[in-house]
Ligand binder design. Structure first.
Ligand SMILES: [Zn+2]
Length: 481
């Protein structure tokens, strides 16, 4: 999907919102799309005597690798020598057809993790979070994520295949060997989709007929090796239109790309990907930022509303631990927005709801520890399953309350009732999960005093955690909810 969005962003950028709407309602014909793609087609050759897609043809020196090293998540040499490739086995991918090799290459250049000295990360660091607005058809999904020229600040010259400012493999690569970084000023904005942090050349000359180990297709060119060299393009200062960013602290100027975390993708990610977290200075992705004003309530909004009546955002990415992928996450979330004049209050309220839930989930986990162990702070066991279940159990109520809040704010109504209802949901879910995990119902089997004390800690309105939860929701302390 990122490849397709990148293609149409590169050759088919609409002038403004008016043209964007026209093409949304009346999609271009296949012939029109074909004519738009023709000028850049030579930049997408995987093989041949000229430049090759996302590869460095004249690569000089470097190291030969077996083809599975192209795939993120295949066991690394250390795992093989330590015999720890338990889940993803060595030797399962020994040859790829050109289609799979091209996708592997694009995926690696787009997500490149850190890989030791000279191994550059992708333009958004290792395994970035990507946000894509979903539409009812392929075209309308692509189009929702293409930014119009009025909201970009780069030259409007049409893309050509020889344009190495867009396609870095079409000219001399700006290698980082001499310490050179590549900023947006050194390239075209479209390079965000065509970054080349890794210098790679697939061994197509040595490819023999065979079967692809990924898709099972028979191929005349089963690629088994590639050559690679460190010091590909080192990107600095880029903001990719499909990714959210954050700052180390609110006043810092530097924007850092957001990456999925071990908790996965939950509604905790709603803040900072669909609305800005003003307290943290986040910057939601450009496609999401443009969406509400492009799709005012009415016909256009309806196109994206889908069955549940809400447009949805698809979020995905790797959780990388340096060069190791720990996990790949994806999920979808409703896009709920409110009119400009209420946007700030809505963002505050949403932030309070997200933070109160985070606090409540931690509190349950802590109280379960208190109930089970004499020295809870020394317990190292992983109780993150409680957090995950807490978010799962409260997710539907979260989005329902947000939607109610959006309409209350636009009607000029108070949101106190909604905030109190959310507090009740948090308290109720907390008690349920506590009872289950502390096994308080099997009281004879555990330390009764400890469990009762822990339950009191969970429910007392005077605890630090419960005060903080009410604080996030703007519910005064004297209100004994
Ligand atoms: Zn294949």
């Amino acid at each position: 999907m990122q490849f397709l969005i990148g293609i149409y962003q590169t050759v088919f950028t609409p002038e403004d919102d008016v043209e964007w709407k026209e093409k949304l309602i009346d999609p271009p014909s296949p012939d029109e799309l074909k004519a738009a793609l023709e000028p850049i087609a030579p930049a997408f050759n995987l093989d041949g005597s000229g430049p090759r897609f996302m590869q460095e043809v004249g690569i000089d020196g470097g190291t030969d690798w077996s083809i599975d090293s192209l795939l993120i998540g295949m066991p690394e040499e250390t795992k093989i020598s330590d015999n720890t490739d338990w889940f993803v086995k060595r030797g399962t991918v020994q040859g790829l057809c050109p289609n799979c090799a091209a996708m592997g290459l694009f995926t690696l250049q787009t997500n490149a993790p850190a890989g030791g000295r000279g191994h550059m990360t992708s333009l958004r660091g290792g395994g970035p979070m990507t946000c894509i607005i979903l539409g009812p058809t392929l075209w309308r999904t692509i189009w929702a994520n293409v930014i119009d020229q009025d909201h970009r600040d780069d030259d409007e010259s049409p893309a050509t295949a020889s344009d190495s400012r867009r396609f870095p493999w079409m000219g001399d690569l700006r290698s980082s060997e001499a310490g050179i970084s590549t900023n947006p000023e050194n390239a075209h904005q479209d390079q965000a989709f065509w970054g080349m942090p890794r210098r790679i050349l697939l061994d197509l000359d040595g490819a023999l007929p065979g079967t692809c180990d990924l898709c099972g297709a028979k191929t005349d060119h089963r690629i088994t090796r590639f050559r690679a060299k460190p010091y590909g393009v080192k990107y600095a200062g880029w903001v990719h239109p499909l990714s959210p960013y954050y700052r180390k602290d609110k006043n810092s100027l530097e924007l850092l790309p957001l990456h999925p975390q071990p908790d996965g993708i939950t509604y905790q990610n709603w803040l900072g990907t669909i609305v800005n977290d003003t307290a943290k200075g986040t910057k939601i992705s450009k496609n999401v930022e443009r969406f509400p004003s492009r799709t005012p309530p009415g016909k256009i909004r309806q196109i994206y509303a889908g069955h549940g009546g809400r447009p949805r955002l698809w979020l995905f990415g790797y959780d990388m631990d340096n060069k190791k992928p720990r996990c790949y996450y994806q999920g979808t979330m409703p896009i709920i927005a409110t009119r400009e004049e209420w946007a700030a209050s809505f963002e505050d309220l949403a932030a309070g709801m997200v933070r109160s839930a985070g606090e409540a989930a931690n509190n349950v986990r802590w109280c379960v520890k208190v109930s089970l162990f004499d020295k809870p702070s020394d317990v190292k066991g992983d109780l993150s399953v409680i957090t995950a279940r807490f978010y799962q159990a409260t997710e539907e109520a979260f989005f329902q309350n947000l939607e109610d809040a959006a309409s209350a704010l636009s009607n000029g109504d108070d949101t106190f009732g909604i905030r109190k209802r959310w507090l009740e949901t948090l308290n109720h879910t907390g008690k349920q999960l506590f009872d289950e995990y502390s096994q308080i119902d099997f009281i004879e089997a555990i330390d009764a005093q400890r469990a009762v004390k822990a339950r009191r800690l969970l429910t007392t309105p005077f605890s630090k955690a419960n005060k903080a939860i009410r604080g996030h929701l703007g519910i005064p302390d004297e209100d004994k909810a």
